[in-house]
Design a protein around this ligand. Sequence first.
Ligand SMILES: NC(=O)C1=CN([C@@H]2O[C@H](COP(=O)(O)OP(=O)(O)OC[C@H]3O[C@@H](n4cnc5c(N)ncnc54)[C@H](O)[C@@H]3O)[C@@H](O)[C@H]2O)C=CC1
Ligand SMILES: O=C([O-])CC(=O)C(=O)O
Length: 329
Amino acid sequence: MTRTPVNVTVTGAAGQIGYALLFRIASGQLLGADVPVKLRLLEITPALKAAEGTAMELDDCAFPLLQGIEITDDPNVAFDGANVALLVGARPRTKGMERGDLLEANGGIFKPQGQAINAHAADDIRVLVVGNPANTNALIAQAAAPDVPAERFTAMTRLDHNRALTQLAKKTGSSVSDIKRLTIWGNHSATQYPDIFHATIAGKNAAEVVNDEKWLAEDFIPTVAKRGAAIIEARGASSAASAANAAIDHVHTWVNGTADGDWVSMGIPSDGSYGVPEGLISSFPVTVKDGKYEIVQGLEINEFSRTRIDASVKELEEEREAVRSLGLI
Ligand SMILES: NC(=O)C1=CN([C@@H]2O[C@H](COP(=O)(O)OP(=O)(O)OC[C@H]3O[C@@H](n4cnc5c(N)ncnc54)[C@H](O)[C@@H]3O)[C@@H](O)[C@H]2O)C=CC1
Ligand SMILES: O=C([O-])CC(=O)C(=O)O
């Protein structure tokens, strides 16, 4: 094997998403079947032993692509030379909470991690924030890393995107692979807006195939937007394997690109497109080529969509104000 290993840092490595994620990274599903990886696992001190247990299991898989595992409770060590950082470590919500309720508990984690990324990460660092509230935590980390291009900080809305694909496929009796150009707009929260007006199903406009605005407004959108809470209600714990799967999808697409004629949803710093204030980390439709994403431009936004995008963006602005007043940005 001649390729230089890619350094992948995972925070919250001993948590439930960490456990579902690490084995897939080490097996090559994050970056590609020919890309060797070195793992850096960041945990809080009391969870280091559990992270060591996970590392022992990773060893026991004898993954040919896994070229090393380092475990630490020091962000400066964890992000040293990191090419990809998956910021998962944060408290999950429990029944009855909204993700925004975690802002105070979790926001403080992301500023020092952003600072450590700024000081130590590799020049090509790409950051995905999974820990909730993901968009605003990504904003905190990005604000703490002024030397890293802002666009390298992203938040995960791919789980919402994947949820929407399946709900739409079930409604229309189609396969998820027939569906293209679906979009999640806004925040990874109950205000997010899954948009099917530009989506296609086997080449036909999805909204026309569905032809049922009541289902859209009263079933599809709330089902996707409140799916995280439904999982907590059913499992007694928040989504883990599906979240890890979405993290794999997000980074894999960011590195390897989108398929021709399709796009994905990513929480990214706004450039002002579609009336989303510049700098907010909001979900957009993006295409990716040569490791760079671009917001899909020129989509017509109807009244139904406009109201919903605006509501989610307003929530992001409120979260930004909240972390500003906490001194986190
Ligand atoms: N964006 C998304 O679509 C999704 C986000 N999430 C979020 O992901 C986060 C993690 O979820 P789980 O793995 O289920 O939680 P978990 O509680 O099982 O694991 C979290 C881990 O993070 C560690 N941790 C806490 N503070 C840390 C720090 N400063 N540095 C490094 N590690 C730290 C904890 O020790 C724990 O091992 C939660 O905030 C959850 O809400 C979960 C599902 C989907
Ligand atoms: O709902 C939660 O708290 C966990 C999460 O973000 C999701 O499943 O989308």
